[in-house]
Design a protein around this ligand. Structure first.
Ligand code: EPZ
Length: 436
């Protein structure tokens, strides 16, 4: 049975929309619970498929997981396992975030090598070379990463060719238990990396340079779970996704529990396009203020324009007057959504890493298939602004990163409902058992 979203587009959206805790902050934070035995507590955690996968992985390793209303509790006192199996890693690449903590704490780890994904080949060489710099021995055997450091890890200087979010996070976690000083140069500066660093500090780690491209870690023993529950930071990509709505559907929305400081570049660019955006504390107000102007967008590591908002701003630019140019610099295949948007009437040409979007066009509702998480979000945006009915398949991608999306959008007046598609039994030569 396949679920799909059925959306009737063309209605201006109005009202308040709460922002959930950040997927890309809670995942490394959960991995960090492996660094020291004890009970960890989190609030504002998002109910997402990826979070469930990470919790399943922690339980496989021996952790006890419990949610008590607002509080998510993880007790890693009896963790002994050191293996992240293929079935979980293939479901979620971020499972690789347990590699650093497991090697640092137990001296060994066996983690399935993540494959590619719809947006690119997604290598993990920075993770593995960095752990080797810290003294781990790395082997790849039968599709698994085998990492060993029986005598523990030792501080080192690590340099990334380009900033990598999860590689910075993995090595940050490994370095806090390594003997001596570690420097990470060309480190990622994302707010989610800073959040992880602050959690490690709350556990007793000594870290300098969080939020810059040069992080220094002084390894120590005796880390403990933070004394207070940790509140997961707001999801800036979910917030940025919804902030674009008024430019696509008309109307006006207010985001609640957002963190405008994490969205400075996207807000600047949306204002340039002609959206009226006001930030007040943790509220973000957005309204379309007349015709939109085209933009030139180039994705870059934080604080540049996020690659995770590239598909979404492409939909917005179908409503702008003129030609927009969107260049994707991080992932070599992150334009899968272009082919589905074209089926909705969008006029988009691809030239290597740049998409040229001609607007404004009236998008038409259609049946479309999401290929990855942010592509699924962009198809929802397009359907909300399109004329007529759309059906969006591939919800397993959407549910990984957007909590209660249809409920949040319905509250703004969107005509959106989740349905199940009865798969008809195929008969004749392709029916069950027909091929013997
Ligand atoms: C993180 O992925 C995010 N995921 C991604 O969000 C996000 O798109 C990406 O950072 C970029 O911001 C999580 O945080 C769980 P990278 P990550 O390592 O860490 C190259 C979403 O939709 N690279 O920062 O895997 C890589 O090819 C997801 O929520 C290497 O060459 O991305 C890319 O060009 C999608 N070798 C660049 O670095 C490595 O070992 C940045 O990738 C690692 C990365």
């Amino acid at each position: 049975m396949r679920e799909y979203l059925e959306i009737e587009g063309g209605y201006p959206l109005r009202g308040e929309i709460p922002v959930s805790g950040a997927k890309n902050a809670v995942l490394p934070a959960l991995a960090a619970t492996l660094l020291a035995p004890g009970t960890y507590r989190f609030t504002n955690w998002p109910r997402l498929l990826d979070l469930c996968t990470m919790l399943e992985l922690l339980e496989r390793l021996g952790a006890r997981v419990e949610s008590r209303g607002e509080i998510l509790e993880v007790d890693t006192s009896s963790v002994e396992g050191v293996e992240a199996p293929y079935e979980l890693v293939r479901r979620m690449r971020a499972s690789i975030l347990v590699l650093g903590p497991l090697v640092a704490r137990f001296g060994r780890a066996r983690v399935a090598l993540p494959g590619g994904c719809p947006i690119g080949k997604r290598p993990v060489d920075f993770h593995l070379r960095g752990l080797e710099r810290l003294g781990a021995r790395i082997e790849i055997r039968h599709g698994y990463i085998l990492a060993r450091a029986e005598r523990g890890l030792s501080g080192a200087e690590i340099v990334f060719n380009v900033p990598s979010v999860t590689a910075t996070e993995n090595l940050l976690m490994a370095a806090v238990l390594a003997r001596g000083r570690t420097e990470i140069r060309n480190a990622a500066r994302e707010p989610e990396v800073v959040f992880l660093g602050e959690m490690l500090r709350a556990m007793g780690a000594r870290i300098e340079g969080l939020g810059t491209d040069h992080i220094v870690v002084y390894g120590c023993s005796g880390l403990e779970p933070p004394r207070e529950p940790l509140r997961i930071i707001p999801d800036r990509i979910e917030a940025g996704t919804y902030l674009m709505l008024p430019g696509i559907t008309g109307g006006e929305i207010t985001l609640l529990a957002a963190e405008p400081r994490h969205l400075e570049t996207p807000i600047l660019r949306l204002r340039e396009a002609g959206l009226e955006i006001e930030a007040e504390g943790q509220r973000l107000y957005a309204r379309a203020r007349g015709p939109l102007a085209p933009l030139e967008i180039v994705t870059a590591p934080y604080p540049g324009f996020p690659t995770d908002l590239q598909a979404q701003i492409m939909v917005l630019m179908t409503q702008a007057r003129g030609l927009s140019f969107i260049t994707e610099n991080l992932f070599e295949k992150r334009f899968q959504h272009v082919f589905e948007l074209r089926r909705m009437g969008a006029e988009i040409d691809l030239d290597d890493r740049t998409a040229v979007v001609r607007g404004p066009v009236r998008l038409q509702g259609a049946e479309v298939e999401a290929s990855d998480l942010r592509a699924s979000a962009c198809l929802v945006l397009a359907a909300l602004g399109a004329e007529g009915i759309s059906r969006i398949y591939g919800l397993e991608h959407l549910d990984r990163g957007y909590e209660r999306m249809e409920a949040k959008l319905s509250a703004l007046g969107a005509r959106i409902v989740r349905k199940t598609h009865e798969e008809r039994e195929t008969l004749g030569p392709c029916g069950p058992g027909a091929r013997g």
